[in-house]
Design a protein around this ligand. Structure first.
Ligand code: SF4
Ligand code: SF4
Length: 138
């Protein structure tokens, strides 16, 4: 490239607006079809466990599944999820969604990638039982 061409490119670029964005200070809205973090609604769940059986990456599990009292707790391992949406398709009761506005999922510790969904008291009860029995909660 000739020196004159290079110089004119440099001068032109100096006056142009940058093409990059000021992320994370400016966040653009995500496309509606983007598959982000999984959200689960236990109120509509029947405990059929189809979602967890068909998950190709073992990312979800119903760790408490009491159909009689309709008590369910789901463990979601964000770091295993491939966002394939197989669980969303399989759930006939539309309990599962992959949120398009929750995609900033980086974390500094591994614990942040394990999420328990369900009624707070049931989640606490499950974690306390697991801890007292020495069961590893992944
Ligand atoms: S497939 Fe739906 S109804 Fe069945 S256990 Fe999963 S979330 Fe519940
Ligand atoms: S989106 Fe795919 S990988 Fe993630 S929990 Fe659902 S079935 Fe499993």
């Amino acid at each position: 490239m000739r020196m004159a061409t290079m110089l004119s490119d440099v001068i032109r670029s100096a006056w142009r607006k940058p093409v990059t964005r000021k992320y994370p200070y400016v966040v653009r809205p995500a496309p509606p079809r983007l598959r982000g973090k999984l959200i689960w609604n236990p109120e509509k769940c029947t405990g059929c466990a189809l979602c967890s059986k068909d998950c190709p990456s073992d990312a979800i599990a119903l760790v408490v599944n009491d159909k009689q009292t309709k008590t369910f707790v789901m463990r979601y391992n964000v770091d295993r999820c491939t966002f394939c949406a197989q669980c969303v398709v399989n759930c006939r009761f539309k309990c599962i969604e992959l949120m398009n506005d929750q995609w900033e999922l980086a974390a500094l510790s591994r614990e942040a990638f394990t999420i328990y969904y369900g009624r707070p008291e049931k989640v606490e009860e499950f974690l306390a039982t697991a801890a007292s029995s020495g069961q590893a909660v992944e």
